[in-house]
Design a protein around this ligand. Structure first.
Ligand code: IPE
Ligand code: IPE
Ligand code: MG
Ligand code: MG
Ligand code: MG
Length: 338
């Protein structure tokens, strides 16, 4: 059952992705081939999963619209996402993105700051192509979400130098830095497809839980992922003392010598730090805890989807494929870990 949903979802995702890639290539031709836009073309050209634009288009279709109607919102969300990555990689001192050097490594920090700024403006320009009737609402959601992401990123940085961060604070931080953008993708897709308020709310809630599961998974892979296919530096969060679910729970659970050993690692990047912290994570069982927390978020997301179906049977008529895709996205977030 789950397998066939995942299989259908993969095929549907491919079709949305192709539609997005075509729209994106065409959109980028509006901008000159100058130095300012070279890092934009580089980062956008490295691809990535394109999860957010796929969600925009699936939500649009689930609401009864045609996926093309969602292209301005899909472009805006993915361009904004790439802008946050360009700046996030400076902030996190990250050498790799999507298996290639980050923009500030390939060029320099100033270039990444400025091209990132341009990318953010380009995201707004893409959204301006949405139909006039939907535009004010889409702009409101887009800008509120963009500020929330900045708030989340600020908390992420501030937590680096604290050792008393609680899981509730962490969940709020990842809601802001990651979940709200996935939720906004679904909400904006729904709006582009003419969804009513209630449908959009359920789509948003689904996105929030998928987003929380997604960031928990990102934290897991940053620690335990395979460097061959992760595309980013494995262990970067440990080196920077990021207050991930794993580190917060480890600090809460560790006793005696374990606690001393963990405290001793914080605030310095000594040789062998990543391996020692990973051993402690496994020994304390926080990796299993993270997987449980993630599964909990996936089932909350499924609950939101069930409510969406039962409250809006009319609005969701003939949208079986798009709904299967949303189920599939939730299932795929879990599948990547195993
Ligand atoms: C990375 O997002 C940033 C996070 C919120 C974890 P993705 O994992 O979606 O990155 P790409 O776009 O597929 O490269
Ligand atoms: C990313 O969080 C959130 C945003 C980019 C807004 P991370 O810092 O964990 O993302 P990655 O791991 O670099 O992709
Ligand atoms: Mg970061
Ligand atoms: Mg980062
Ligand atoms: Mg990460």
């Amino acid at each position: 059952m789950q397998e066939s949903a995942t299989f259908d979802a993969k095929k549907a995702m491919e079709a949305y992705r192709t539609a997005f890639e075509n729209g994106s290539s065409e959109f980028l031709t509006r901008y000159p081939e100058t130095e300012l836009y070279a890092p934009v073309r580089y980062l956008m050209g490295l691809g990535g999963k394109r999860l957010r634009p796929v969600l925009v288009m699936a939500a649009c279709e689930a609401a009864g619209g045609r996926p093309e109607a969602a292209l301005p919102a899909a472009l805006a969300v993915e361009l904004f996402h790439n802008f946050t990555l360009m700046h996030d990689d400076i902030m996190d001192d990250a050498p790799l993105r999507r298996g290639k050097p980050t923009v500030h490594e390939k060029w320099d920090n100033n270039t990444a700051i400025l091209s990132g700024d341009a990318l953010h403006v380009m995201a707004c320009e893409a959204l301006l192509d949405a139909p006039d009737k939907a535009l004010p609402d889409l702009l409101r959601t887009y800008h509120r979400t963009a500020l929330e992401v900045c708030e989340g990123q600020e908390q992420d940085m501030a937590f680096e130098s604290r050792s008393d961060v609680k899981i509730e604070e962490y969940m709020e931080m990842i809601r802001l830095k990651t979940s709200v953008l996935l939720a906004a993708a679904l909400d904006m897709g729904g709006k582009s497809g003419g969804a009513d308020e209630q449908t959009r709310e359920a789509l948003y809630e689904f996105g929030l839980h998928v987003g929380l599961a997604f960031q928990l998974q990102d934290d897991y892979l940053d620690a335990f992922g395979n460097p061959k296919n992760f595309g980013k530096q494995v262990g970067g969060d440990i080196l920077a003392d990021k207050k991930t679910f794993l580190l917060i729970r480890a600090l809460e659970k560790a006793q005696g010598a374990d606690f001393e050993a963990l405290q001793c690692e914080l605030g310095r990047r000594s040789e062998g730090k990543v391996q020692r912290v990973l051993d402690l994570y496994r020994h304390l069982g926080v990796d299993a805890e993270l997987r449980d927390a993630m599964a909990g978020q996936v089932s909350l997301a499924e609950g939101a989807l069930a409510r969406l179906k039962s409250h809006n049977p009319k609005a969701l008529k003939d949208s079986g494929g798009a709904l299967a895709l949303l189920h599939g996205v939730a299932a795929m977030v879990t599948a990547r870990l195993s």
